[in-house]
Design a protein. Structure first.
Length: 327
């Protein structure tokens, strides 16, 4: 009987990773190619990146068949029903799998974090999003709506609040804060109102504004009250994302992990403590922790769940023992 394989993809604006696994969960190889966010490279560019990463992984593992049983691609850029329609009607055309599905990248991060079992993930980098599953087939995503109408609690949110508070301090609308001087250094300006030139004249990007977040978390740790209030608000916004997922899944009385991913959480207890405390008010048995696996493995887990009907303990053991083979 021929060996059955699945492949999982983790694709974004900078690179695409493919991970091939056997039906028992053993990871056999990986391959990396260029970006596959179709808003960045177009649909044909996304198809090419996905195909190339698969071919690299397939050849590395000396797999003769050019088609696997199931493929799952978790892609950045799948943000609404229109994106879902475009991607799922085009990406499977590359013909590498009998069953091929494109999903939101938060879903593969969720599966990687919780191994497909009951749990929640909160991602807080430049943007923010949360997702969860009740372990019984129900999955929910909350947030991830971009910098203009969403991304509460993200690094962008924190950086933007810092700029706003600096201008309020300039006016005298809030108490003095060390944010002002630190922003001047970071932006290479001498006067506070030059922030206006930076934001509007030079059109600071979302990424540039997000890069200011570590200034705020550092000052919050040092006792700056205005910074501490920004960080507290960010933590509560992130907790609200998680709590909304928990409430909608009706798992508040269950025991489950809440996995945290992204640069905002790397600031430590200044974010994690109020975040955790807020979640436990709703779900006292929830445990905030780091993810078990990365999103690439998460996409493999979804593919294995489709192929086998469920994710068994044996599959998870095989993934853990073979993980070093590809990383």
């Amino acid at each position: 009987m021929a060996e059955e394989y699945v492949v999982g993809f983790d694709g974004g604006a900078t690179k695409t990773e493919a991970i091939i696994a056997r039906s028992d969960g053993t990871l056999v190889s990986s391959g990396v190619s260029g970006p596959s966010n179709y808003h960045v490279v177009g649909i044909e560019g996304a198809k090419e990146a996905i195909f190339n990463s698969f071919e690299i992984a397939r050849k590395k593992a000396s797999i003769s068949s050019k088609k696997v049983k199931v493929a799952i691609a978790g892609l950045a850029g799948l943000d609404c029903s229109y994106d879902d329609k475009i991607l799922n009607s085009n990406i499977p055309q590359i013909g590498i799998a009998e069953t091929f599905k494109v999903v939101h990248d938060s879903l593969i991060a969720l599966y990687g974090a919780t191994s497909g079992r009951i749990g929640v993930i909160v991602i807080a980098g430049t943007g923010s999003v949360s997702a969860g599953t009740d372990g019984r087939g129900n999955r929910i995503r909350v947030g991830g709506w971009g910098s203009i109408i969403g991304d509460e609690g993200s690094a962008y949110f924190i950086g933007l609040m810092a700029l706003k508070q600096a201008m309020k301090a300039f006016d005298g609308r809030v108490k003095e804060t060390k944010i002002v001087e630190e922003l001047k250094k970071a932006l290479s300006i001498t006067e506070t109102d030059e922030i206006i030139r930076k934001v509007y004249g030079e059109k600071m990007s979302v990424t540039e504004i997000a890069s200011l977040a570590p200034i705020v978390t550092k000052l919050a740790k040092e006792g700056d009250e205005v910074s501490a209030e920004i960080v507290k608000n960010a933590a509560e916004e992130l907790a609200t994302l998680a709590k909304t997922v928990i409430a909608r899944l009706k798992i508040q009385n269950e025991t489950f992990p809440v996995a945290t991913v992204g640069g905002v959480f790397k600031s430590g207890d200044v974010i994690l403590k109020p975040f955790s405390e807020s979640i436990r008010k709703l779900a006292p048995n929830a445990k905030v922790e780091k993810p078990r696996f990365g999103p690439g493995v998460g996409s493999v887990l979804i593919a294995l769940e489709i192929l086998n009907g469920k994710i068994t303990d044996e599959i998870l053991r095989n993934i853990e023992t073979s993980y070093k083979n590809i990383y």
